[in-house]
Design a protein around this ligand. Structure first.
Ligand code: CA
Length: 115
């Protein structure tokens, strides 16, 4: 019989394994990541796929995104350029966005999963 501390440790380990298994299963089911971003409108030229927040985008992604597919979760997209005032931020629900609204086309510089 495990004591409480050992039990919690085992529970933690089991949860970590479950998370990894869920992720692998999700990726195997049609290779669908939670978020897919494209360089061009209409889902052309896939340039990034994410299940967790990428945060600040690297060159190659920064100021490139023109269409988005959200398969799971809620994601926040921001133009972090300090010269742009006010900074543009939008939170999107699952769905397909073949073009980007609110002046975000080619201006997204960071992405965070918020739900
Ligand atoms: Ca673009």
């Amino acid at each position: 019989m495990l004591n409480t501390k050992e039990y919690l440790k085992k529970l933690d380990a089991d949860l970590a394994v479950k998370e990894i298994n869920d992720e692998v299963a999700a990726n195997l089911q049609g290779g669908k990541y939670a978020l897919q971003v494209y360089k061009d409108p209409g889902f052309r030229n896939l340039i990034g796929e994410f299940n967790v927040s990428p945060g600040k985008l690297l060159p190659g992604l920064d100021n490139q995104i023109s269409s988005i597919k959200i398969n799971t979760g809620k994601w926040r997209f921001a133009n972090d350029d300090p010269r742009s005032n006010p900074n543009r931020v939008i939170t999107l629900e699952p769905g397909e966005y073949p073009t980007l609204p609110f002046g975000l086309d080619n201006t997204i510089s960071s992405i965070r999963r918020v739900g």
